[in-house]
Design a protein around this ligand. Sequence first.
Ligand code: NAG
Ligand code: NAG
Ligand code: NAG
Ligand code: NAG
Ligand code: NAG
Ligand code: NAG
Ligand code: NAG
Ligand code: NAG
Ligand code: NAG
Length: 838
Amino acid sequence: MYWRPFSAVLALASTSCLVSAASQSYSWKNVKIGGGGGFVPNIVFNPSEQGLVYARTDIGGAYIMNADESWTPLLDFADNDHWNYWGTDALATDPVDTNRLYLATGMYTNSWDPNDGQILISTNKGQNFTVSPLPFKVGGNMPGRGVGERLVVDPNSNNILFFGARSGNGLWKSTDFAQTWSKVETFTATGNYVPDPTDTTGYNSDPIGLAWVTFDPTSGESGSPTPRIFVGVVSNGTQENIFVSEDAGSTWNAVAGQNNTYLPHKGVLSAAEHTLYISYSNGAGPYDGTLGAVMKYNITTGEWTDITPVSGSDLYFGFGGLTLDPQRPGTIMVAALNSWWPNGQIFRTTDGGQTWTGIWEWVDYPEINYYYTYDDTSAPWLGANATTTALTTQVGWMMEGLSIDPFDSNHWLYGTGETIYGGHDLLKWDLGDSRNVTIESLADGVEEESVESLISPPTGPSLISAVGDDGGFVHYDLDTPPANMFQNPTWSTTVDLDYAGNDPTNIVRIGNGDSSSGKQVALSTDSGNTWSQDYGAADNVSGGKVALSANGDTVLWATSGNGVQVSQYTNSFSAVSSLPASTTAIASDKRNDSIFYAASGSSFYVSTDGGTTFSVSGSLGESTSPVKIVVHPNITGDVWVSTDQGLFHSTDTGSTFTTVPGVTEAWAIALGAPATTGGYPALFAAANIGGVGYFRSDDAGTNWAQINDASHGFGSVSSNVIAGDPRVYGRVYIGTNGRGIFYGDIAGAAPPPSSTAPISSSTSKPVSSSTSSVPVSSSAPISSHSSSAPSSAPSSTPTSVASQWGQCGGTGWAGPTACASGSTCTVQNPYYSQCLPQ
Ligand SMILES: *[C@@H]1O[C@H](CO)[C@@H](O)[C@H](O)[C@H]1NC(C)=O
Ligand SMILES: *[C@@H]1O[C@H](CO)[C@@H](O)[C@H](O)[C@H]1NC(C)=O
Ligand SMILES: *[C@@H]1O[C@H](CO)[C@@H](O)[C@H](O)[C@H]1NC(C)=O
Ligand SMILES: *[C@@H]1O[C@H](CO)[C@@H](O)[C@H](O)[C@H]1NC(C)=O
Ligand SMILES: *[C@@H]1O[C@H](CO)[C@@H](O)[C@H](O)[C@H]1NC(C)=O
Ligand SMILES: *[C@@H]1O[C@H](CO)[C@@H](O)[C@H](O)[C@H]1NC(C)=O
Ligand SMILES: *[C@@H]1O[C@H](CO)[C@@H](O)[C@H](O)[C@H]1NC(C)=O
Ligand SMILES: *[C@@H]1O[C@H](CO)[C@@H](O)[C@H](O)[C@H]1NC(C)=O
Ligand SMILES: *[C@@H]1O[C@H](CO)[C@@H](O)[C@H](O)[C@H]1NC(C)=O
């Protein structure tokens, strides 16, 4: 759910042929956080093929569920030219030819995304796609992104699709499997509702448009277009918002007798009951809703019935997710879109809405009966260990996606602002007062964090991350979900991190002040396991970049609105008047405690007095926006700066710079372990070197190898952050905006044992847990897998044997294909084979 608006046009021309860089095969995996970490607007079960399930996210693309209930991402190929593919505003799985999958993608309908949207078409369940461009924008991360689905396949004639557009663009139809589209001119409603007409950015003032299109399959027969089609529109007040066609979309009428007080979020047809169920909220979502309703429309009689589960003072939310059990006519579930207090709420009826029960109910205030057991085994940081107010809303919030498995009445999944929950004992809900269903975190493989900063210090844990919404994590084991997010102080978003070069268990982090007022600087002396507030920071100062001096005593802070400030020994921060307020890149020397660096425009600044005063040193040529300064971990004054004009290097503490030939633009950069003992550190760069990509140089920028490939585009390059591992040659961490953190190793290189073992001497630090291929619960083996999408991932010779429950094959899999004795490699689906016990 966390996102950063884009302020500049990001798409850049790239050429497929690189001028000066060779390529090197890398194997890429997600650093496992395990709980999703972002909004999952919907989860869609195919109604005809058991076990075929997709989830869509707002900023991290779409996923397919594997047989072991883990998820595989489908859009990791999206690169800087196609970053808006990760905004997935609608998803349709074909009920006839179940191999067909359609995604309506595009990130923003305002200026933050310069590109129009597109329908991505797959005929193989998302292994690869063709693109049907649309003549308008699609808003996967816009308000109202949880309504729907607004993209649907006609169940009687699957060449036909309808798509309900945003921004006043109306209803569109394809008759050739989504390859070409034309506007349905007879459908004139476009949706009058905008969340905030005064928003000059265009983000909250753009019409959300059409909410959903729902076929009534019983009105027609296989082979002919379905005659009866309902459409819900995001409008209220004077405009009707539920429409129907009885002639396959040629003509349309408002459904008589409707109540258009609220916005219709979901319209789900019960074929057996010949009834349309609709959830309504007074906001478009996903964060809002203070009133709402649930209605049903009897198609036979034209009768509307208000079946809202609660009323009066108990009704303080709108309704989002709505699902029914097709095997049990009359069984419906609906989610409160946002019940922030005392908990998220879900209701279930088995009699078509005459009576409802909640997943929790008041006894006598403040006493509550909880009719669920909570299980966050696969992402412990989500639940009991989470301490922010929002995270203790255990059942969830932003609940637009709620789905009962059409083949299994006990199996359900729902999306929240944070993760995917669900379970396998849903029928226990119908056991009266003794009911107790288990809510499980079921987002293994969904990695949706928006990553703000990464550090890989030379001692202690391999990786420490700063993320949006979920604070940040110490990754003691790259393949095991962390037990905790950063705590005490707990902020929802951490924006930057640094470590002290001479004493690298000393870490600083800063927050952006979005959740709690108060001080937004914290320090750790034990590699991020425990923290203390830096009381030198003023209240309400937040954001920006931070640097920690080599000995860890001085914090330099380029705040987002209060200029650059410095503090030694946690004394009060004072202004650094010799640096411009526009300073965006700062760094500490990693060896000399007195030296800091800063850059703004084309000027490079150095301080030799612990950040108290800076003076202009060397020049960064024609640069207008320096992005990142990195400093050699072992050599004072050896500095790299990435800018919009390329990559600059100084070996004399910033007095003079050389430009790196062939690098025309550079974003995130990092230094990692050298190729040979005593050699120059490996240099990693997200850069334009004859094309935008991710590169490594082992000789300080003379020669480069491209390390990303056609299967790993990492989305918007300017949003991403990089860390090089100082202990493992070749290893790099890439933090994305919506697909979590990846770590890459040179393909075929055996990772050394130090890669995951904590080295810190601290005894209070959590012990790293066992490898991810070991089941963490007896009922649901969790297994790791590489992210994969197109079939062009590099293959490599198996170098080892996968353990029981581990992955042993699948599209794009470059790991071991042999299984440990006692288990057999079993194909689960095209993406995923697993070592199962014999
Ligand atoms: C998708 O993959 C299949 C199987 O490898 C291949 O035949 C097809 O040409 C690919 N389609 C696209 C659009 O790349
Ligand atoms: C539509 O709903 C919004 C939000 O509740 C409300 O402010 C607005 O007045 C409604 N519009 C009409 C025309 O009723
Ligand atoms: C329409 O719905 C609103 C909100 O539920 C309700 O207050 C109102 O009475 C309804 N109008 C009619 C005519 O039923
Ligand atoms: C729809 O109305 C008809 C006629 O009153 C009734 O027989 C039928 O049960 C109703 N359907 C539902 C689901 O209530
Ligand atoms: C359901 O189980 C959970 C944990 O096992 C328990 O905390 C809760 O009280 C139970 N609910 C009821 C109504 O017994
Ligand atoms: C909470 O974190 C601690 C480590 O700080 C860990 O030992 C514990 O198992 C975690 N609790 C849960 C419920 O995950
Ligand atoms: C911080 O912001 C809060 C809320 O805007 C305000 O009440 C408080 O006075 C501010 N504190 C300072 C020190 O500016
Ligand atoms: C650190 O740098 C300052 C300024 O250049 C210098 O005076 C000092 O001697 C250096 N300290 C060490 C320990 O090298
Ligand atoms: C820094 O120096 C240490 C000790 O010589 C060495 O082990 C390490 O590889 C160096 N780090 C880098 C990134 O060059």
